[in-house]
Design a protein around this ligand. Structure first.
Ligand SMILES: [Zn+2]
Length: 322
């Protein structure tokens, strides 16, 4: 059954147009936009966090993979979900990892990609008391997935006007500080081993740390280089919806994340919505709970989730021309 889906997708995607400029043009479409329920998104984060840290090779990691697969199957249908399993030796351990993919609106040739990482960090180097233990990663990992699971439910109930693919990447946060080669493991594997060869969505949006209290989303630099029109459209929607205190209309820092791997290795224009700012020295600043044991449900704020969900739904349902 899976191979039928993949064959179908492959046929559809190979004939989709590759006009990069037109792919990043936006206009109001006058379509109805469904509403986002931040309570649902919150609960999807809580479910992940209640399993414990989702670190590759742990029991919680396998449980979370099964949980995410079943949630996506409930929304997209069993035949539209694909788990890409792979092994990689990192720091002497053979890690088993899983990218989890789901497709919506398979009849559409034109597609977009939404992604988040679902693993959580195996250590907490910024924690003054317990830096050696893995973190719960409520915001760093859990929040992007929570938003995407709620969007998936909405896509089930409200026909998407364009094809939407969701990818939950594994192994984003495995690397030790500054060892970027061992970050982004799932994004790298997916980009180099595409389940659908020739996959060519109009653009991609990565969500990382999109549920924290006092969140601020500056316009991330690699995103601005890859797809400025898309970034500007999203920030403009946020302004209209009264969220300019979260979506700050200023250039942010350059944040290495899954999106740059997808940009460079899969050739897809992809942006990142990520809670960060830039301090007076010009370096990137993440929230105080980042890579500490305080990244728990305590710091998850429904207001932030609601803003991100509202903006994405307006973009997906009402701003993308056919
Ligand atoms: Zn992280």
């Amino acid at each position: 059954m899976k191979s039928i889906l993949l064959l179908l997708l492959a046929t559809v995607l190979l004939i989709s147009c590759g006009d990069q400029e037109a792919n990043l043009e936006f206009e109001r479409q006058g379509r109805n936009v469904p509403s986002f329920d931040s309570d649902n998104a919150y609960n999807f984060i809580d479910e992940q966090v209640s399993l414990g840290p989702r670190v590759p090779n742990s029991e919680a990691h396998v449980q979370a993979k099964d949980y995410l697969r079943s949630e996506l199957e409930a929304s997209a249908g069993e035949n539209s979900v694909f788990v890409q399993e792979f092994q990689q030796v990192v720091y002497g351990d053979t890690l088993t990892m899983f990218n989890i993919l789901a497709g919506f609106g398979l009849q559409h040739q034109d597609r977009i990609l939404l992604a988040a990482h679902w693993d959580s960090r195996p250590r907490a180097e910024n924690d003054s008391l317990d830096s050696g233990s893995p973190i719960l990663g409520a915001d760093d990992g859990g929040s992007g997935v929570g938003v995407l699971l709620e969007l998936a439910q909405i896509f089930k109930e409200n026909d998407v006007p364009i094809g939407v693919d969701i990818i939950l990447f594994d192994g984003e946060d495995y690397g030790e500080v500054s060892d970027l080669d061992n970050y982004f493991l799932g994004a790298r594997h997916w980009s180099n081993n595409p389940p659908v060869p020739g996959y060519n969505p109009r653009f991609g949006i990565l969500l990382d740390m999109v549920g924290g209290e006092d969140a601020v989303f500056y316009k991330e630099s690699y995103s601005m280089r890859s797809a400025p029109n898309l970034v500007n459209e999203i920030w403009q929607i946020a302004e209209i919806k009264g969220y300019s205190d979260l979506f700050i209309n200023k250039r942010g820092g350059a944040v290495a994340d899954d999106h740059i791997i997808v940009q460079q290795q899969a050739g897809i224009n992809m942006i990142n919505i990520i809670h960060h700012s830039v301090n007076e020295n010009g370096s990137v600043q993440f929230p105080p709970y980042w890579h500490t044991q305080n990244d728990t449900m305590e710091i998850i704020d429904r207001t932030t989730l609601q803003a991100v969900g509202d903006v994405l739904l307006e973009l997906i349902y009402n701003r993308i021309p056919r």
